[in-house]
Design a protein around this ligand. Structure first.
Ligand code: SF4
Ligand code: SF4
Length: 122
């Protein structure tokens, strides 16, 4: 099985976004370099703390609107499905199916929440 390209792998994340939405993690921690890079690109943080709380202010649908300036932790993170697809342990189609089923399950869960409660406070 040939190794998927970076663009194939980023397609998985573009179909997902769950690690930025507050579904899997609550926040990402920023260091001084992360903050400077975002600031230099005109990406103002909505709080002064050394973290971005999720859902991330830069998440648009399932796309990162600060992709080039994203914090190092974001750039380095890979979920297990992404790692398995990257290493060829599972095929790209399988990876897409896994992601699609998790996204669908999450959407279903969100629809069960009472009005005014979001996934980050449930
Ligand atoms: S790293 Fe995994 S959980 Fe995060 S957006 Fe990509 S596919 Fe989804
Ligand atoms: S900066 Fe981009 S990659 Fe990082 S959590 Fe926010 S939306 Fe996700």
């Amino acid at each position: 099985m040939s190794e998927p390209s970076l663009s194939d792998l980023s397609g998985l994340c573009l179909a997902c976004g769950l690690c930025c939405s507050g579904t899997v993690f609550t926040h990402v921690t920023l260091d001084a370099d992360d903050k400077a890079k975002l600031q230099h690109a005109g990406k103002e943080l909505t709080n002064d703390a050394d973290r971005i709380n999720f859902p991330c202010q830069f998440l648009c649908g399932s796309t990162c609107s600060a992709y080039k300036e994203r914090p190092k932790t974001c750039a380095e993170y890979r979920c297990e499905t992404l790692i398995a697809a990257q290493s060829g342990k599972i095929g790209l189609d399988d990876a897409h199916q896994k992601i699609a089923s998790v996204v669908a399950l999450n959407d279903k869960f969100i629809r069960t929440l009472p009005e005014g409660i979001d996934v980050t406070t449930a």
